[in-house]
Ligand binder design. Structure first.
Ligand code: PLP
Length: 446
């Protein structure tokens, strides 16, 4: 191949803002030439120079099975041969909804009765909020600092993901009147939630929370936090929107909710009202969804008065990829992803320990990240209070050794079922040198 990553980025920057179609891809916080990808297969990704890396980004989550799983590719090819898009319903959409409903039924509790397919996680959360406002007749929403719930206007304040990476407090272009409808609270702080409800009686439509925070590095909910949020919201006539766009079908067959629900019996008052999905549900294609009880979901047009639509919603290729992925996502797949995550997280800890680098490895199921600080991370303030400058040299040493990490310390690492022993060995072999690079990093001069 005749190009380089630098050359590809330079050419892209001339015609695409920042050369990227999603900001974190620009490598802004780690520096160096962003990867320009030619192909990916299984646990590896290959750049335009032909260099192959063991990949720990997994398309930011969707590639649960690894890249380009042959059965998923065939399912998409077969769907493509039948037509790319019809602008009409297909049996596959119903099958996908039935599959999700079945998976989200844990210990007899059916969390989702109706599912609406959209194309991105942003649309799913945006629609969930519109529904919650319609259902409650209220305007305010609560979100948590450091959570990323998509890029709709009301959800960008103190958001995670690219906004954490670039240390942005929010986005320009959001009307002040819209921003004023969002109350941003510290994560894992139930008192702050109770205080907000007390300060705004009968005005809060919904609390939206990542099922387990994973966009400011991993920020796991404290045990019982999500359930308590649901109770507090219900007590005040508001809804809880559980954002499983990142965790859904990734950390278990029923997402983060599946992990929490498997330990609980009795009252259902701790259940979320609406759930949003993305990433794995589309198997690498643009597909996302929101679901919940019929009483709320049937407020959506054409049954109810809440409008939501999409030319490519339920696209047949995306549905085929999602269905094939979910069919293949057996308990064995989750066991393999969990085991691979354990191996890498343990080795990461040992390598940083051996190099004398203060760190913690926040975890939520198979998701984990690294934070260069000594104390546990519970909220966004904790996540930002770290020696983040140790990450770029660590990242580049891993890249040099043929391992592609998320290009920001504020992102989770994603394992897949395709990370077999040779792939894990390559990661483990790279870690000691990278840990030394983190150890000898120096803070930037102010
Ligand atoms: C928890 C969460 N919600 C929503 C979104 C938005 O999804 P999308 O990028 O498909 O719009 C993301 C994306 O990373 C996410 O992690």
């Amino acid at each position: 191949m005749s190009t380089t990553n630098e050359a590809a980025a330079t050419r892209a920057r001339a015609v695409i803002p920042g050369g990227v179609n999603s900001p974190v891809r620009a490598f802004g916080s780690v520096g160096g030439a962003p990867l320009s990808i030619a192909s990916a297969s299984g646990a590896t990704i290959t750049d335009v120079t032909g260099r192959e890396y063991v990949d720990l980004v997994a398309s930011w989550g969707p590639a649960l099975l690894g890249h380009a799983h042959p059965d998923v590719v065939v399912a998409v090819q077969e769907a493509a041969a039948r037509g790319l898009s019809f602008g009409a319903s297909t049996p596959g959409e119903t099958e996908l909804a039935e599959t999700v409903i079945e998976r989200l039924t844990v210990r007899g509790v059916q969390l989702v009765e109706r599912l609406r397919l959209v194309s991105t996680g942003t649309e799913a959360t945006m629609t969930a909020i519109r529904l919650a406002r319609a259902a409650t007749g209220r305007d305010l929403i609560i979100k948590f600092a450091g959570h990323y719930n998509g890029h709709s206007d009301g959800l960008l304040a103190e958001a995670g993901s690219g906004l954490a990476t670039f240390a942005l407090p929010g986005s320009a272009g959001v009307p002040a009147a819209v921003a004023a409808q969002t109350l941003v609270l510290p994560y894992n702080d139930l008192d702050a939630v109770r205080d907000a409800f007390a300060a705004h009686p009968d005005r809060i439509a919904a609390v939206i929370t990542e099922a387990a925070g994973a966009n400011a590095g991993v920020l796991a909910p404290l045990p019982g936090f999500n359930g308590a949020l649901a109770l507090v919201a219900k007590e005040h006539g508001a809804l809880l929107i559980l954002d499983e766009v990142l965790t859904g079908f990734r950390v278990s067959a029923a997402g983060w909710w599946g992990l929490e629900a498997s330990g609980v019996t009795g009252s259902t008052a701790w259940l979320p009202d609406l759930v949003t999905f993305g990433k794995v549900i589309g198997g690498g294609m643009p597909l996302a969804a929101l679901g919940g009880p019929a009483a709320i979901m049937d407020l959506l047009a054409p049954v109810g008065p809440v409008y939501q639509a999409g030319t490519l919603s339920g696209n047949p290729l995306a549905v085929a990829a999602g269905l094939a992925t979910l069919r293949l996502a057996t308990p064995d797949v989750y066991a393999r992803v969990d085991a691979a995550a354990e191996v890498v997280a343990t080795a990461l800890h040992e390598a940083l320990d051996a190099a004398g680098v203060a760190h913690v490895i926040p975890r939520a199921g198979s998701l984990f990240s690294v934070a260069f600080r000594s104390d546990a991370v519970h909220d966004y303030a904790d996540a930002r209070d770290q020696e983040a400058w140790r990450y770029p040299p660590f990242f580049h040493a891993m890249r040099e050794a043929g391992v592609s990490l998320p290009p920001s310390v504020f992102e989770a690492w994603f394992l897949t079922a395709a990370h077999d022993a040779p792939a894990l060995d390559r990661i483990l072999a790279a870690l000691p040198t990278a840990a030394s690079a983190a150890a000898s990093a120096t803070p930037p001069a102010d």
